[in-house]
Design a protein around this ligand. Structure first.
Ligand code: SF4
Length: 352
């Protein structure tokens, strides 16, 4: 029977698939940290992970915990005492790596503290940092990752604690899929999924989209993190798009745009970027689809299922709504006209 895990006010393992990202700055930069967390929560991020590499970060962590609107996970490597101090500081979950957290005695101390504060742990197995005594014993990294999880879970069973989330991460998409498939048949705990060390925006987006989607389509995976060598916003946007594309999260706003070709008028990609920036300030609460098309020949027809949109002409463009031409506007007015239609078509309020 599969288990659920509560982390502050949300549940991992109930089918809702929370999106996570990890901050790329130090938590002790508290103003920046809180500004980011609030922005990311508004964008649809559900859980924030923060590195706690040394004691210096603990004061910042305490300040951030007081004001964060979403749960915070402390990411701990090597020093089990930092896990204990983060739990005592009030963090909502800790992530430990069996490859570097140390022996059973240290894990036992963490478990006792988790019990006292009644918060969950993520046992985060990483294909690149597996326990040495296991890498010499098992030939392939999938078996080693599974054995590492079994060993660590064994400590938690021995000391009676089961508020566990597991993750099995690899920089290989195929390995990520295979190890998580195997883990889903062996362990009852929720799975945090994603492809790690996946690369820059394009490489990482492709690898994570393939890996995460392949698993979610088989109902494997309970929370996701898209790891990118790019600003955190991108991890959230890509994660959200993956869930929306798979029908795992309601898609309220969809902007469709043509790929452009030799018939294209205007700078379609710039219009889409500017539109997204303007809409990011809005709180969309109804389903809406906006089309940005590069010509008046094919544009309106191909985008007839959009709520409204633009088909660009040489100097003037057609604004259409529900497949019908509304008006022709000067190309400099396109964005303003689309925003007027957005306000008209949905109840949207500027985000506070
Ligand atoms: Fe080209 Fe027009 Fe199609 Fe865009 S909508 S790809 S501009 S033919």
């Amino acid at each position: 029977m599969k288990k659920n895990v509560k982390i502050k006010n949300l549940t991992i393992g109930n089918g809702s698939i929370p999106i996570q990202t990890m901050l790329k700055n130090r938590v002790k930069e508290t103003d920046l940290t809180l500004k980011k967390i609030k922005k990311f929560a508004n964008m649809g991020c559900d859980i924030i992970r923060i590195s706690v590499p040394d004691e210096d970060e603990l004061n910042g962590l305490k300040i951030v915990l007081k004001e964060s609107p979403i749960p915070i996970v402390a990411d701990i490597h090597f020093d089990y005492r930092l896990a204990i101090k983060s739990i005592e500081a009030g963090v909502h979950k800790v992530r430990i790596n069996p490859g570097n957290i140390g022996n059973e005695d240290r894990v036992k101390e963490i478990i006792q503290c988790l019990k006292e504060y009644n918060i969950p742990v993520r046992i985060g197995i990483n294909g690149g940092s597996l326990p040495k005594h296991l890498t010499s014993k098992y030939k392939n990294s999938i078996d080693t990752m599974i054995e590492s999880a079994k060993e660590e879970i064994g400590y938690f069973e021995k000391y009676g604690y089961d508020k566990i989330v597991l993750s099995f991460k690899s920089s290989s998409v195929i390995e990520t899929i295979e190890v998580n498939e195997k883990a889903s048949t062996l362990f009852p705990f929720p799975l945090h999924i994603g492809v790690t060390e996946a690369g820059d925006l394009i490489d990482g987006t492709v690898k994570n989209s393939i890996g995460i989607s392949a698993l979610l389509q088989k109902n494997i995976g309970d929370t996701i993190r898209v790891s990118l060598t790019a600003p955190e916003e991108n991890e959230i946007i890509v994660g959200k798009k993956i869930l929306e594309s798979l029908g795992k999260r309601e898609e309220l706003l969809e902007i469709i745009s043509c790929p452009t070709c030799g018939r294209t008028n205007g700078n379609i990609s710039q219009i889409v970027v500017s539109l997204k920036e303007k809409i990011a300030e809005k709180n969309i609460n109804r389903r809406i689809k906006i089309a940005v098309m590069g010509c008046v020949v094919n544009g309106p027809g191909e985008a007839s299922n959009a709520t409204f949109g633009v088909a660009c002409g040489n100097e003037r463009s057609i604004i259409f709504e529900n497949g019908e031409k509304l008006k022709t506007v000067d190309n400099t007015q396109i964005l303003d006209e689309l925003m007027i239609l957005l306000e008209k078509n949905i109840e949207c309020h500027d985000k506070k």
